[in-house]
Design a protein around this ligand. Sequence first.
Ligand code: COI
Length: 384
Amino acid sequence: MRGWPPGGRRFHATETNAVSTPEFCIRPTTTPVATNVRQEILDNPGFGQYFTDHMAHVRWTKTDGWHGAELRPYGPLTMDPASPVLHYAQEIFEGLKAYRHADGSVWSFRPTRNAARFRQSARRLALPELDDDTFVESIRTLVAQDAVWVPTPRDETEECSLYIRPFMIANGRFLGVKPAAEVDYYVIASPAASYFKGAGKPISIWLSSHYNRAAPGGTGAAKCGGNYAASLVAQQEAIDNGCEQVAFLDAAENKWVEELGGMNLFFVYADGRLVTPALTGTILEGVTRDSVLKLAEEIGLKPEERPISVDEWRDGVNSGTITEVFACGTAAVITTIGALVTEKDTIGDPERSNGPVAQQLRKALLDIQYGRAEDKHGWLTQLA
Ligand code: COI
């Protein structure tokens, strides 16, 4: 059996991540999804509903470190009911995508950025760090094996890809509140179309006035399940008020705009500034957010990372100083926000059309991701 680490050597991830890349032991499924069923799924995948034939797995124990890298058939996990992830939510995850280019090859976008954020999240959740090479190799191994699951866009407007979800969970059997000594890392993948039902249409956002997503010193900057669990009651309020997403303000003053339930926010100003809330430790450091900041400069915008209050949002939209607002994230890509709905007013127009700046940035980003524009930043990594 091909195994890892080579010769049974253990490692503990460090800041430099200088470890050898593992070779995953491949255990292919004997019951892959039938070709015609898979094709039907790929024709209309929705978001996060269907999964490919395999998943990657690496195990960690306090005594043996990371070991046993394998690719195995996608399927249910067996866990002890006293497994700590089920009780104390010691869990982190990532989201990235694989894109099929016109020549049939498959690429991912800035995977080492996700790897670095995954290590950062691990540190915050007292989980072991996985080195970047293993993170990328786990994705490459899964996507190479399940490459037939990567959708082919019908034209340049179609947004379809393979959404990749790496995650790490605390495992074992104990009820004491302490970091787990057994951990499992998995990667699953799901063919995906647009995250929002309107496929590229502007969305409305609900302003949460009763709930905050993150507090100073909390886990807001980590991509952990607990942050998303805590956002769900506010997300339900958004849906009940006819909105697609919820916006959160800071916990200290209930004044500063932070982020949406699952994506970052940008404001386009009439004078060419592009403002996004600064990373204060309570906001997730989005990979798309960072890419937008870089692309914005290239199209002549002046990016600013700074605090922005909900009053500035309201006044700016009402006076015309703010001409567009958009959400961005791996799942959301770049989606125009038509209106912010609060308990007392509606800021903007839910019926507005896509803003030109959001559209230009979205095209610039997608053109790189799908190999239609030069990858000047070296953001793409070939997977298959
Ligand atoms: C992503 O964009 O990858 C996320 O994890 C956000 C979630 C709304 C799907």
